[in-house]
Write a protein that binds this ligand. Structure first.
Ligand SMILES: Nc1ncnc2c1ncn2[C@@H]1O[C@H](COP(=O)(O)OP(=O)(O)OP(=O)(O)O)[C@@H](O)[C@H]1O
Ligand SMILES: [Mg+2]
Length: 297
């Protein structure tokens, strides 16, 4: 009998010993190394979005961003959540900031470059937010072109970056619609748990509506399964169902549940620098390779 080749999730094909399966239950696929870029921009804009709370949106924005930067891409992260978790997760004292994304969306407008700050990750900048942003939805309601406020703010800087990642808040309100209205695609992090599937229909409906009414470019960039635990039958069953419903939209990369991620939030840096050799860091590097293959292929 030939030796079984376990993959990251320790599964092998039931039909034969020779086909290693990835954690999604599909045959394992090698993801190509990204090629170096000789010039930068214009940016692909990716909205990281799920109206369910605590599914890994912010964690994925920070760590995918840092991994894209490691791969030589210029990255801008946009904190579009008044909680400011993205800014805090990068060690930015966001409560003290005078100029934030809020000033870009609501008159009198600030210049995008005046709000932009560089992060400790080489090649990765941030448009930070704090609680001021919570007023924006109400302030924007009476504005003409209220759904395009973020697009207007990003326009002057989009040529400088290869990727702009927008960390959305857990709602489908006007701020999230602003992200969808200017995005090329949506990355949906999804906690590997049964009830997570239910909310996805509402989210994909919203994406369809925004595509029809505001942004014909918008596509589903991919579903990222997070907080996966290969040891539990529940996780594997949910995974099988997600792949059945969403097929190839599901990334091969799967993010396992590990305490390393909460640790990085406290440390205020991405896992790729906090624990560069950890499985979590490797997973987000792998995701970056998939994102690059899907966007630059
Ligand atoms: N793979 C993981 N394993 C374990 N914990 C994780 C994982 N990913 C994220 N977390 C933790 O789960 C919590 C929620 O993650 P995160 O803040 O990224 O989710 P979110 O979708 O942005 O939440 P919100 O909807 O509140 O903005 C955080 O404490 C984070 O550190
Ligand atoms: Mg968040």
């Amino acid at each position: 009998m030939s030796a079984r080749t376990p993959d990251a999730a320790g599964q092998t094909s039931s039909e034969g010993d020779s086909v290693p399966l990835g954690p999604t239950g599909r045959p394992y696929r090698e993801i190509p190394e990204p090629r170096p870029l000789d010039r930068h921009g214009p940016a692909k804009i990716i909205a990281v979005c799920n109206q369910k709370g605590g599914v890994g949106k912010t964690t994925s924005t920070i760590n995918l961003g840092a991994s894209l930067a490691e791969a030589g891409r210029r990255v801008l992260l946009v904190d579009l959540d008044p909680q400011g978790a993205l800014s805090a997760g990068l060690g930015v004292p966001h409560h003290e900031l005078e100029e934030t994304v809020h000033n870009l969306l609501v008159a009198p407008y600030a210049a995008t470059d005046d709000v932009l700050i560089s992060t400790r990750v080489d090649g990765m900048d941030l448009l930070p937010s704090n609680i001021d942003l919570s007023a924006a939805e109400i302030q924007l309601v009476s504005e003409v072109g209220r759904e395009q406020a973020l697009a207007r703010a990003l326009h002057p800087v989009a040529d400088r970056y290869d990727y702009i990642l927008i960390d959305c808040q857990p709602s489908l309100g006007l701020l999230t619609v602003n992200a969808l209205a200017c995005a090329d695609n949506v990355l949906i992090p999804m906690e590997c748990e049964y009830f997570s599937l239910r909310g996805l229909a509402l989210l994909t409906d919203t994406i369809d509506k925004v595509r029809d009414r505001l942004n014909p470019r918008l596509t589903l960039g991919g579903i990222l399964v997070t907080m996966f635990d290969s040891r539990t039958l529940h996780s594997r069953e949910v995974m099988a169902r997600v792949v059945e419903v969403f097929g190839d939209a599901v990334f091969d990369t799967v993010i396992s549940r590990t305490v390393r991620f909460p640790e990085t939030s406290v440390a205020g840096e991405p896992i790729t620098s906090w624990a560069p050799k950890s499985a979590g860091a490797e997973a987000y590097r792998n995701l970056a390779r998939e994102v690059i293959a899907r966007n630059e292929g």
